[in-house]
Design a protein around this ligand. Sequence first.
Ligand code: ZN
Length: 466
Amino acid sequence: MNTRTKSLFAAHALLPEGWRTDVLLEWDATGTLVAVTPDKRDAPAGVARAAGPVIPGMPNLHSHAFQRAMAGLTEYRANPTDSFWSWRELMYRFAARIMPETLGAIARWLYVEMLKAGYTSVCEFHYVHHAEDGTRHANPAELAQRVVDAASETGIGMTMLPVLYQFSGFGEEPPRDDQRRFVNTTEGYLDLLAALRHARPEHGALRYGVAPHSLRAVSEASLRVVIEALNDISPDAPVHIHIAEQTAEVDASLAALGARPVQWLLDRFDVNARWCLVHATHIDASETAALAKSGAIAGLCLTTEANLGDGIFPANEYLDAGGAFGIGSDSHVGVDWRAELRLLEYGQRLSRRQRNVLASHETAQVADRLFRDALEGGACATGRAVGALMPGARADWIVLDADHPNLAEQTSATWLSSVVFCEHGESPVRDVFVGGECVIRERRHRDEARHYRDYRAALARLFAGA
Ligand code: ZN
């Protein structure tokens, strides 16, 4: 064995082909798996043993880090027709108070929470770019860089997606005053991305992509310029966009562009697996089939979509058509992939009055099917080699607590079902490894106390200014 190779022995591990026993995981100094060998009857001498069953870490494909600090603060009725749009007013007021150091502290704590939940990668859809009055910072990427640094300090893998935001509505409506911190010219945006890539170059745990905010916030021309510029950097770098979260957005798209947003995008751009369409909530039958066929990833953020009253994604039809999806915690009203997968199925159960709707012919266990699909789609959306325990992938995994009441005395056939659908007491996520580093040990992050202290101080500053 190469002396720089590290290893872990797992009595049970979930490999791409399914659960295997006596698995030796070996990875190199860069944090990449070099060998995954099942049926190794005995742990080689000196190799550490995983404390429980090992499953791949889950990618979180959609995050707005600063929104973590406002979770729980908008759950009151401000007017009789509260909706996403009234929530957005409150969120904008909150965004206006975010400072660089505040953002860094919030993001660090959020990523600790993600890691504790077993999210090992995050795609950050980052749109607060400028100072409170809209002026650019001396370093145009000042705020994005704080978020990138938060990922590396806490140990989570990151795909940073700086957001291009230019208009307040379809038809190139000028941005509002309270959107000025988000707005860039196309040229200014590309400068920001270049500054960021220069200051924090890509490595195994960091990749860049672009996030045109939505079809309401960019023009067709600027979308083309940004994608072409990204192609010059890397033709497979990810492109994420908010697409059809609200029915009002679909109506406005029909009025302004003559087509529903997903259809319009599919008709004009080469939408493929590098694309992640976040909140493809409102799609008709032909968009559902076409989106599934495109290979793009539907970015589903179930707890946020439920919290904001967005609507229910046609998951059954989309999965039947072979569509790919991943999950995100988005506004961070909850940070738990188990809850996202549970709610994905429960939305279908409640609306159809059936059970086990999202099982497939091949996989009768709903949780196994959703976990595997969310890993695969989520990994694709990160543009990074994650989401599977196999050579060439990042050494990212979760060690489950086999003594947890929901796993005890069961077999691997039902572990994921219990992990996803049962919610009793402490989390079954015991240890978490990212890039081969154990960042969560016995449910604690290595720097948890410090990051929590900084987060509280940031909250105190934010709330004092409220
Ligand atoms: Zn979002």
